[in-house]
Ligand binder design. Structure first.
Ligand code: AHG
Ligand code: MN
Ligand code: MN
Length: 326
């Protein structure tokens, strides 16, 4: 047993076959991510985890050894789980595993690849749907149809942040027992916050609403927002999301005018939608600057989407900046 579920886990999933399939799949992911966590903990002793393989994924990202190895570990784990279809950041197209199975799983097997060789927290993101007809129909739908989603963080703690639609919980991998153990139940994000996360080096590429909002934050207490702001940017979505869940804040990866960045950098299926599900279940908001992330229907497998999420008040304030422009 790699995870000891809380008694309330997925209690809102009334279909017993689906509930069992979700638990079995999360258990399989927990076993796989314990393996990835151990590889990360060995770092340079594993020789070249951060080395580029020379290949690139569909989205054009250079693939690193650990990206590929993590995808292989997740793939093998899901092949033994009740999964019909698997979609991955590191695979061009959807993998059909066993059409007779109940679930469809999407994953970012290794999030934060630019941090692999720097001993900074990285992670694995997953999203679970009930399979629907065929491979494409199982994923080309709004994120609101997810039945479970979450992410693992390989950091000082190895954690699993997860929701199945009845709140967001955090499990911590207990190094003494090797079991993901429930640590924080029904997390609630602070509604207000003066901390934001954005890659500030892209400032001159942003659209006016984002530029104006950040410039107003920088004006501090004497500016229109009337407060001193703080900034954190890890460069690993899972680490920023974990911090925001624990102490509030707002994450932004907006679209910008760099080639290929019209819709930002993050992918809807296996980054924005699972994080949005977790954040909303913790009482926060997740939008593309205007639309709710979970309402956006997937149109292409690796499509990007501008991503803003976290404490309700700043997310709403930034939405107002966009409305002002419109
Ligand atoms: P991935 O390593 O899976 O490609 O994801 C990296 C993402 C996300 O984790 C992070 O928030 C963002 O890229 C960082 O982007 P920049 O390097 O442009 O700041
Ligand atoms: Mn990622
Ligand atoms: Mn990745």
């Amino acid at each position: 047993m790699a995870i000891k579920f809380s008694s309330a886990f997925a209690k809102n999933i009334k279909d017993t076959a689906v509930h069992a399939a979700v638990c079995e799949t999360v258990e399989a992911l927990a076993i796989a991510c314990k393996q990835i966590s151990r590889i990360c903990a060995r770092g340079p002793l594993e020789h070249g985890l951060g080395a580029e393989t020379g290949a690139a994924n569909t989205d054009g990202d250079a693939q690193k050894a650990l990206d590929v190895r993590s995808d292989e570990i997740i793939t093998a784990a899901l092949e033994a789980a009740p999964v019909a279809y698997y979609a991955s950041e590191e695979q061009d197209s959807i993998v059909t595993m066993d059409k007779s199975k109940l679930l469809a799983v999407a994953s970012d097997p290794l999030d934060g690849s630019s941090n692999i060789d720097t001993n900074v927290s990285i992670g694995t993101i997953f999203s679970i749907f009930i399979a629907k007809g065929d491979a494409v129909s199982s994923f080309f739908r709004p994120g609101s149809e997810q039945i479970c989603a979450g992410f693992f963080v390989y950091g000082p703690q190895t954690t699993l942040v997860i929701t199945a639609g009845a709140g967001t919980d955090t499990y911590v991998l207990d190094p003494d027992t090797g079991v993901f153990t429930l640590a924080i139940t029904n997390m609630k994000i602070e509604p207000a916050s003066t901390e934001y996360a954005i890659n500030a080096s892209n400032h001159h590429h942003w659209d006016a609403p984002v530029r104006n909002y950040i410039e107003d934050c920088l004006l501090g207490a004497s500016g229109p927002l009337g407060a001193k702001y703080n900034m954190r940017w890890v460069g690993s979505l899972v680490a920023d999301a974990g911090r925001i869940l624990s102490r509030g804040g707002m994450f932004m990866y907006p679209g910008d005018d760099r080639a290929g960045y019209k819709d930002g950098r993050l992918r809807l299926l296996y980054e924005a939608a699972p994080v949005a599900f977790v954040i909303e279940q913790a009482g926060g908001m997740a939008t593309d600057g205007g639309r709710r992330i979970l309402d956006i229907k997937l149109e292409t497998l690796h499509q990007r989407v501008p991503l803003v999420f976290g404490s309700n008040e700043p997310v709403q304030t930034l939405t107002d900046y966009h409305k002002k422009q419109d």
